[in-house]
Design a binder for this molecule. Structure first.
Ligand code: 4GN
Length: 255
């Protein structure tokens, strides 16, 4: 169970919405997880409090200077229990739901958000224990990636989701996409809600949702189906509700 997250960022204001709003805001307000932001600028020596400098060897952009970040990390690590220092970057291990599940069980996360062209490699070598990426694309700073990772781990903490087993029903937990969802009105601008959802037959509704999730996964993410072949329950659900709605190709494992 995660007790505490420390975020090292030159733009702590970037995380204000995350800290205040929605599921994450409530979880933090309820004290389920503590979140503390640290600014390397507060540890920068000299009157100018400079946190960046030009890259050795030339080239565009700036590099995060080592000393403010190292002093900041010393202060972070002097508080509370020891923990690995993680950095968000495109060079990191790509985060999936299984990794989120593992990170969510740690007692403490320390997340370093880089800016500019990157962090001085000597800090990376001596102070950063692991690198994580939220996907194969480049951001202007690590803050959005840290927010994504924090959101994913916080919502798995006990008591954070309304429904205690909603996390177990999430997409990807079982290598499947989610089923479609509907709410009122029953008919909206000529589009209706599938009859089965109005039937009150909860076992049948569950089988329909299973079939929808499998069919959607087959169409949109056949790679996930290849990771985990159909279970007997899924086969039965697809047989009951058919392959309606679109062609399933031969690679999907459904034929
Ligand atoms: C993380 C950080 C992408 C990711 C980032 C990602 C900031 N971009 N895919 N940008 O998780 C240089 C310094 C780039 C930090 C980094």
């Amino acid at each position: 169970m995660l007790r505490r997250i420390d975020v090292i960022t030159l733009f702590p204001e970037w995380l204000e919405g995350f800290k205040a709003l929605g599921l994450t805001g409530r979880a933090l307000a309820e004290g389920r997880v503590a979140l503390k932001c640290w600014n390397p600028r507060d540890f920068a020596p000299g009157v100018h409090r400079s946190v960046d400098d030009r890259p050795y060897g030339g080239g565009p952009g700036m590099v995060m200077r080592p000393e403010p970040l190292a002093l900041c990390l010393d202060a972070v690590l002097a508080e509370d229990e020891p923990a690995a220092v993680a950095c968000l970057s495109p060079q990191g291990r790509v985060v999936d739901q299984a990794a989120v599940g593992e990170l969510a069980q740690r007692p403490r996360l320390i997340l370093v958000c880089g800016r500019y062209e990157g962090i001085d490699e000597r800090v990376m070598e001596t102070r950063i224990d692991e690198e994580w990426s939220i996907g194969d694309y480049v951001l202007s700073g690590g803050e959005p990636a840290a927010a994504v990772l924090m959101d994913a781990v916080i919502r798995l903490q006990p008591g954070v989701l309304g429904h205690q087993d909603s996390a177990a029903e999430d997409s990807f937990v079982d290598a499947r996409l989610d089923c479609p969802h509907y709410t009122r009105p029953e008919s909206w601008r000529g589009q209706t809600v599938p009859d089965v959802l109005l039937s009150g037959d909860h076992a049948r509704i569950q089988r329909w949702r299973t079939a929808q999730a499998v069919l959607r996964t087959a169409r949109r993410r056949p790679d996930l189906l290849a990771d985990r072949p159909l279970s007997a329950t899924e086969r039965a659900a697809v047989a009951e509700f058919g392959l309606a709605g679109g062609a399933i190709d031969d690679e999907s494992g459904l034929k």
